[in-house]
Every structure is written in structure tokens, then in C-alpha cells.
Design a protein around this ligand. Structure first.
Ligand SMILES: Cc1ncc(C[n+]2csc(CCOP(=O)(O)OP(=O)(O)O)c2C)c(N)n1
Length: 572
């Protein structure tokens, strides 16, 4: 093999990324990785570096890139301060099972362990595997081994349960010279379920009367989602999507019965409790997917439980299941669809009723003057079918989760970018990333006022890099509403730390070079949103909502009254 002519290790790293198919990296520059920035300059045209305004935003963008492409999202940040800012994106990639690689500049090797300027031990900070929030943390000490480290980072990020990897890059390593070869593109190794275990799944299904399928987690692709749909059709199974994985199954499909997360349809929650078999495929059985461990009771649920997951450490973590199956999602669904269904499953009426409950959940009494249900429905009616919807954390997201009907991954890839980690501030950078990575698609962010201002400065990144089809809808209720809701439940009428002073969001957006409009009534939304779509410019819509409309199901006043009645202190 002829070795490349010697070049800077920083350049070799960029070449390695290009070989992995990376065309965009996000980050915030730092003097610790100047040689990599020079590599981006050297290979301009093959890969671009998007300079963001805060590492939290950059890491969220890389996380969104991982969700959208199924390959590791790439983020570069500087030492201590950069890495600490970026940590929220790493945590999100970990909880959301998203492949991602965070590259962090590191102090020069001859300065290590002195607490040199901004020095951090990233192995300690991000921790290994299930005890921390990175799957693996490496530090590259010799430039000739860079290709090996990058290949391992990509394998680790994508294989098993996907997740984030952190690679620390000592400054002197990046500026030394290497003739290391470029390794070929890495594909994840896949794990197929054992035939015997599959037969057991069939036996358990045939013994059931009221089965329920829960899908979620990382590692899905279009073919797997299609196979899953055929499996559900053949067996007439009701399928629920885990919290913020609603786009894995076509929501218009008769077997789709709703999302299993915060704000779950109460009828769906009841149905899961009444199920006699839960088949969880790819979803983690965590707090969000089990209604705080009540839909399935640990350690031995009332329902029979089959859990299919790509990560061995996830299987049997909480529940004593009847069958555990370790398999990659790309394989699991294709294997399940080969199972021969009965001609007339006894649960077909159960499935039809679950779907009817989901359809009924699409309507609610009208709300004046601004009806968020109508806003979401209008938004989706007007937006292109392949639009990508993003959100961060807060009660505002409840309307999106309830009323947005995601088309299913096999149709348009991922269309829901939302943090199962519950990280506020995710939605704006995720939408900016989607708009920059897929300029022909439309990215629509729905944000809370608190949520928006955590990463709102990334509006500048969108303007700088020429994002066009991008709309951010800020739902401004003047409060950290979610926390206010909990506060009213636990400490009624004692508001503390949750009120917000807000800027004029429309004026703020214009200052970043965006278009903007303000909406105070339902009827104003449609023309404003139409204009936003037609404008070819990023647009912010500032929606003013009363804090009283606290969720899609109840009001703040009702929560307060109920809490006061319970405490026996009316009017306190
Ligand atoms: C980074 C981060 N900090 C704090 C929280 C806790 N938290 C969850 S929701 C929420 C309030 C969200 O407020 P807002 O964005 O205004 O949305 P609303 O709930 O009012 O709709 C807070 C503070 C969080 N989830 N993430």
C-alpha cells in the first residue's frame, strides 16, 4: 500500500471524516484545534465546518445530524469551557440513542495532568458506558493512530445501542505530521435475532388476547420501518411509538394507535395497562415510556413482556421479561415480519378500538383566542409532507406531540427531531441543522419562550450559512410553564422562580436578519404561516399564549383548584 505524503494530523483527521461520508461538521472554534480548522480549509468543497454561537447549539446540531442521517453527527469544540457547554448535546445523544462523535481539543501532551489551561480529563467527565453519558471516550496520542481511533469512534457510535463517542485531541498530536492511510467508510456490524427466540415470540403472540407493540429508540432505517409496518399489518397489531419517536410509524396508518410519553392519551395508557402482552421493539423501558414505571410495573409486570433491543445492557435493566432478544433494529423488524400470522387474530377488534381512541384524541374543545391544536393542524396542513418538525422541552411540545401526524420514516426519513432527554433549547439548533443539511426540505421548530432563549442565538448561524426554509414558532406564555404546572400541583398559588420577562421575540428575530410576525389569535396564524413558507427566508412567528392554557388537556386554574381541594386549603 502506498502511504499518503506526510501532512498535518489535523488534515488527516478531516480526510478521515470525508472518507466516512461526512460533508458537514458543526462546532465552535478554539485555539486547541487550529490544525483541524486548517484541514477544513484545505478540504473546502468536500466538507464544511459550520461555526455555531455556543457549543450547546453546535452539539445539538450534530445530534440532530445523527438523527437525520443515521450516521454519527460531528461536533468540534475546544477544551474545558467548550466541552462543558457541549455536554448537553452529548447527554441528549446518549439518552436518545443517537450516533454522534464529539471531538474535543486537548492540552498538549507535555502539559497533561498539571491542570493546564482549560485541562479536563474527558474520560472522567463523560464517563464510560452506562455510568456516564458517552459510550466511549478516547484520547489520541499518536497521529499515526488517528484513522484507527476515528474508525472505532464511528463503529462504537453506530453499533449496538447507538450513542455518542468523545475523542480528545492533544494539540501537539494535531500539529505533528503523519503518513497514516485513510481507512474506508465504516458500516455498523448488525446483530440478527436467533431463530429459536423468534419462534418464542410467535408462541407468545399466539397465546395473547390483547397484545400491544411499543416501538422506539435509535438504529431504525426506512427498510426496518417498512418491515415493522408489514409485521403489524400481518398480525393486526396495535403499535404505539415511544416518547419522541413518533415518526417511526406512519401516524395515518390504521395500526398506529398513539404516542407513549408525557401527555399520553389516557385511553391508550389504560389499554397498555390492560394488555396481556407488550412487545417492546427498540424502545428503552424508561420513565417516559412506562408512565413513570406504572404502565409496566417493575420488577415483574402484569403483562407478559418481550423486549427487543440492540444493547445488551438495556435488556433486563429494570424488568423481569418473559423474553429478551438482542438484535439491531435493521434486523429485528425484518425477522419479525417473517413470522406467520394466524388468519383471524382474536385481537383485531382490540386494535380497531385502539385506533379509534387515537383518532378521537385528535379533537378537543376550541380554545380562545389562540388555539394551539388548530395552530399545529394548520401548520401541518400547509407544510410540505417531508417537513422536519423540531422541539425542545416544555409543555408547548404537548400540542405538537398530540396533533402532529408524522409520516413514518420509510416515507421521508426522520421528521421528528425532539429530545427524549427533555433538554430545553434543542429545537432551534435542530431546525437550523435540518435546514442546512437538507435545504430542499422545510424545517419547522416549535419552541417555548424559556426553551427558545436557551439557544436562540443560533438564529445567527442560520442567517450566516444561508438557511432559507426555516420557521421557528415561539409559544410565549411568559412562564417556565411546565415547572409552573408542577408548582401549582405541589404548592398551589405559590409562584416562585417561574415567571419570565421576555423580549419582543419578533424584533429579536429581525435583528438576526430573520423575517418575523406576531400572532395573538387563531385566525392570524394561517396567513402568517403561509407567508413564512412562501418567503424563502427564515421566519420567526411569535405566538402569544395565555399561561392559563397550560396543556392540551387542562388549565392552570383547574390544576391549582384541584391541588387546593386535595390539600383542603381552598383560596390559600
Ligand atoms: C436544559 C433544561 N433546563 C431545565 C429544564 C427543566 N424544565 C423542563 S420544562 C421547563 C420549562 C419550559 O418552559 P417554556 O420553554 O417556556 O415552555 P412551557 O412549559 O411554558 O410551554 C423547565 C425549566 C430542562 N428540561 N432542560
Amino acid at each position: 500500500m502506498t502511504l499518503p505524503t506526510p501532512r498535518l494530523a489535523g488534515h488527516a483527521l478531516v480526510e478521515a471524516l470525508v472518507a466516512q461520508g461526512v460533508d458537514t461538521a458543526f462546532g465552535v472554534p478554539g485555539e486547541s484545534f487550529l490544525a483541524v480548522l486548517d484541514g477544513f480549509h484545505e478540504h473546502d468543497g468536500r466538507i464544511r465546518f459550520i461555526a455555531c454561537r455556543q457549543e450547546g447549539g453546535a452539539a445539538f446540531m450534530a445530534e440532530a445530524q445523527g438523527k437525520l442521517t443515521g450516521r454519527p453527527g460531528i461536533c468540534f469544540v475546544t477544551r474545558g469551557p467548550g466541552a462543558t457547554n457541549a455536554s448537553i448535546g452529548v447527554h441528549t445523544a446518549f439518552q436518545d440513542s443517537t450516533p454522534m462523535v464529539l471531538f474535543v481539543g486537548q492540552v498538549a501532551s507535555d502539559q497533561r495532568d498539571r491542570e493546564a489551561f482549560q485541562e479536563v480529563d474527558y474520560r472522567q467527565m463523560f464517563g464510560p458506558g452506562t455510568l456516564g453519558f458517552a459510550k466511549w471516550v478516547g484520547e489520541v496520542h499518536h497521529p499515526d493512530r488517528l484513522p484507527e481511533y476515528v474508525a472505532r469512534a464511528f463503529h462504537t457510535a453506530m453499533q449496538g445501542r447507538p450513542g455518542p463517542v468523545v475523542l480528545a485531541l492533544p494539540e501537539d498530536m494535531l500539529t505533528s505530521s503523519t503518513s497514516a492511510p485513510v481507512l474506508p467508510r465504516v458500516e455498523p456490524a448488525l446483530a440478527w435475532p436467533a431463530p429459536g427466540a423468534l419462534r418464542e415470540v410467535r408462541t407468545l403472540l399466539l397465546a395473547a388476547q390483547r397484545p400491544f407493540v411499543l416501538v422506539g429508540g435509535g438504529g431504525w432505517d426506512a427498510a426496518a420501518c417498512e418491515a415493522l409496518q408489514r409485521f403489524a399489518e400481518g398480525w393486526q397489531l396495535p403499535v404505539g411509538c415511544a416518547f419522541r419517536f413518533q415518526d417511526l410509524m406512519d401516524n395515518a396508518h390504521p395500526n398506529y394507535v398513539g404516542d407513549v410519553g408525557i401527555g399520553i392519551n389516557p385511553k391508550l395508557a389504560q389499554r397498555i395497562r390492560e394488555a396481556d402482552l407488550v412487545l417492546a421493539i427498540g424502545a428503552r423501558l424508561g420513565e417516559m415510556t412506562t408512565g413513570g414505571y406504572t404502565l409496566l410495573e417493575p420488577p415483574r409486570p402484569a403483562q407478559k413482556l418481550v423486549h427487543v433491543h440492540a444493547g445488551a445492557e438495556e435488556l433486563g435493566r429494570v424488568y423481569a421479561a418473559d423474553l429478551l432478544l438482542q438484535a439491531s433494529m435493521a434486523c429485528a423488524a425484518k425477522a419479525l415480519e417473517t413470522l406467520d400470522p394466524p388468519a383471524e387474530p382474536p385481537w383485531s377488534e382490540w386494535t380497531r378500538a385502539a385506533r379509534a381512541d387515537d383518532e378521537a384524541n385528535q379533537s378537543a374543545p376550541a380554545v380562545e383566542p389562540l388555539d394551539m391544536a388548530q395552530v399545529v393542524k394548520t401548520m401541518q396542513r400547509l407544510a410540505p409532507a417531508d417537513a422536519v418538525y423540531t422541539n425542545g422541552a416544555g409543555n408547548f411540545s404537548g400540542w405538537l406531540h398530540r396533533y402532529c401526524r408524522y409520516p413514518g420514516l420509510q416515507h421521508h426519513g426522520r421528521t421528528q427531531l425532539a429530545p427524549t432527554s427533555g433538554a430545553m433549547g434543542y429545537g432551534v439548533p435542530a431546525a437550523v441543522a435540518a435546514a442546512l443539511l437538507y435545504p430542499q426540505r422545510t424545517a419547522i421548530n416549535v419552541a417555548g419562550d424559556g426553551d427558545f432563549l436557551m439557544t436562540g442565538q443560533e438564529l445567527a448561524t442560520a442567517t450566516q450559512y444561508g438557511a432559507t426554509r426555516l420557521v421557528s414558532i415561539v409559544v410565549d406564555n411568559g412562564t417556565f410553564g411546565t415547572i409552573r404546572m408542577h408548582q401549582e400541583r405541589e404548592f398551589p398559588a405559590r409562584v416562585s422562580g417561574t415567571d419570565l420577562f421576555n423580549p419582543d421575540f419578533a424584533a429579536l428575530a429581525r435583528a438576526y436578519g430573520w423575517r418575523a410576525d406576531t400572532v395573538t389569535a387563531t385566525a392570524q396564524f394561517e396567513p402568517a404561516f403561509r407567508e413564512a413558507l412562501a418567503s424563502g427566508r427564515p421566519t420567526l412567528l411569535h405566538l402569544k399564549l395565555s399561561a392559563e392554557a397550560i396543556t392540551s388537556r387542562t388549565s392552570l386554574g383547574a390544576i391549582r383548584e384541584a391541588a387546593q381541594r386535595k390539600a383542603g386549603t381552598p383560596g390559600r
